[in-house]
Design a protein around this ligand. Structure first.
Ligand SMILES: Cc1cc2nc3c(=O)[nH]c(=O)nc-3n(C[C@H](O)[C@H](O)[C@H](O)COP(=O)(O)OP(=O)(O)OC[C@H]3O[C@@H](n4cnc5c(N)ncnc54)[C@H](O)[C@@H]3O)c2cc1C
Length: 435
């Protein structure tokens, strides 16, 4: 064992020496983080009041700008130094979660009377994007809490439920959204978990799969069917506290990416839930889930966009500095065209995402646009991160630098909150109705 350790240390110091010969721009995980130079961050100006009849999509209010800058600083100073460790340990650091709460990022749209930030949906989108530039797993905590959990309770909760749960969710408690099951993924409304009424409470039996953050959550929003004879019209949403007898949280999955964001199976073994913990109306759970996932998809689009931009920001300085055949990599026209292509796709993904978010905020139809944004941003995140590895060569392929992790993290975008095929189905359904 000792021999193995010595060997390990010898190899490690040799590889560190080698790494010192790498380009200065190629900061390893442990180096102080660099502020990413995303294409837009300097150009963002709040010009909405400058007399323009129509503001460009990348126009932010003062409040949105402030939040964006706060998140950027928080991500660089407090998250970036921990990203490698969190990925290696498959565990988010406590300080990161505390930081999310302290900066008001877990209750962005929640009213200040419940301890929330009282900001806009667009602010949530910007926060998710900024966090994902540094770590997509951390962005997911912010995303699910804001776009799914809080939104559901704000929209459908009673005053009492809001006072009890929103207050905690905005300040200290993580929530989990429990819809998917082993037999109900894309076809989520075929779920088999049951809730049977007994007097003034319900008894839940069944199981869920792929539940994000279940290991840390204090509250579970559980979709269960109260009357399977009514099909999906029996689906009802329940607020289930952690620690409720019969609720078992399984071992986190060992995943390709998003490793710091745990994903667990759950089982419900005669879990008693008071009638007062039904969220909204009995049998309306499917409607709530559909409505909420539309907003959720804009959140995932922002996560994928941020991730892709973060990876691009890391890679470009490298290819501007590295020399082969006596020339900077960036000066090869073959490479320039690839970079320009990816940058254009990133810009298009940003515009789709921001437009869907602004439409949602304005109360206008946005379902098709949300699906387009999620579909496109996810596909682009996969392509951008893959290209970044190509451009960096061997340095892109090793765990010493972040590009490899961006690539692994990107894959989830085409799967959760509706796979790419499911987004295409939604888009096609709208086109069918429009013509
Ligand atoms: C990391 C992670 C986190 C997750 N977090 C949560 C969570 O917090 N809460 C939660 O409830 N769920 C969560 N999920 C579940 C996620 O939403 C599902 O995995 C997703 O909806 C896909 O379902 P599935 O895995 O069963 O795939 P399937 O539905 O089996 O799909 C497999 C393939 O078949 C295709 N397909 C299926 N139906 C159609 C169709 N009609 N037309 C064309 N193609 C089709 C799909 O596009 C896909 O390519 C998470 C999943 C992961 C991996």
């Amino acid at each position: 064992m000792q021999c193995f350790k010595n060997e390990f240390h010898r190899e490690r110091s040799a590889s560190l020496k080698l790494r010192r010969n790498f380009l200065t721009c190629l900061s390893s995980w442990k180096a102080p983080p660099r502020i990413p130079r995303s294409s837009q961050s300097e150009a963002l100006l709040s010009i909405a009041n400058n007399g323009l009849p129509y503001a460009p999509l990348q126009t932010f209010t003062e409040e949105e700008m402030m939040l964006k800058r706060t998140v950027e600083r928080f991500a660089q100073e407090q998250i970036a130094p921990l990203v490698l460790t969190m990925d290696e340990n498959s565990k988010v650091e406590k300080s990161v979660i505390q930081g999310l709460f302290q900066h008001g990022l877990m209750g962005i749209e929640v009213d200040t009377i419940y301890g929330g930030t009282g900001a806009s949906f667009f602010s949530s989108v910007l926060a998710i994007e900024e966090l994902a530039k540094v770590d997509a797993s951390v962005a997911l905590f912010c995303d699910l809490q804001n776009t799914l959990i809080n939104t559901l309770i704000m929209k459908h909760g009673t005053e009492e439920q809001k006072a009890t749960y929103l207050t905690k969710l905005a300040t200290e408690e993580i929530g989990s959204f429990c819809l998917s099951e082993a037999g109900a993924g894309s076809d989520s409304f075929s779920l088999k978990t049951r809730a049977d009424k007994k007097g003034d409470y319900f008894v839940i039996n069944g199981s869920k799969m792929w539940i994000s953050h279940a290991e840390y959550a204090g509250l579970f929003l559980v979709m269960a069917n109260v009357d399977p004879t009514r099909g999906y019209k029996g689906i009802t949403c329940f607020l289930v506290d952690r620690g409720t007898e019969g609720l078992h949280i399984g071992k986190p999955e060992n995943k390709l990416g998003l490793r710091a964001s745990c994903t667990c199976p759950l089982t419900f073994d005669n879990v008693k839930v008071p009638e007062a913990n039904v969220l909204g109306q009995i049998g309306h759970g499917y409607k709530y889930a559909i409505g909420m996932l539309n907003k959720g998809r804009v959140g995932i689009a922002a996560q994928m966009l941020g991730l892709a931009q973060g990876c691009f920001d890391y890679t470009i300085p490298y290819i501007k500095e590295r020399v082969q055949f006596g020339t900077r990599l960036f000066d090869f026209q073959g490479l320039q065209h690839q970079v320009a292509h990816v940058a254009t796709q990133l810009e298009a993904a940003r515009l789709l995402t921001y437009n869907a978010a602004r439409l949602a905020e304005a109360g206008r139809p946005f379902i098709k646009e949300a699906s387009m944004a999620k579909y496109y941003a996810s596909e682009i995140a996969g392509r951008t991160t893959s290209k970044c590895i190509d451009w960096m060569g061997g340095a892109g392929y090793v765990k010493a630098y972040p590009v490899e992790k961006y690539f692994r993290d990107a894959k989830i975008g085409t799967i959760y909150e509706g796979t790419s095929n499911i987004q295409l189905n939604t888009i096609a359904k709208h086109i069918d109705a429009e013509y």
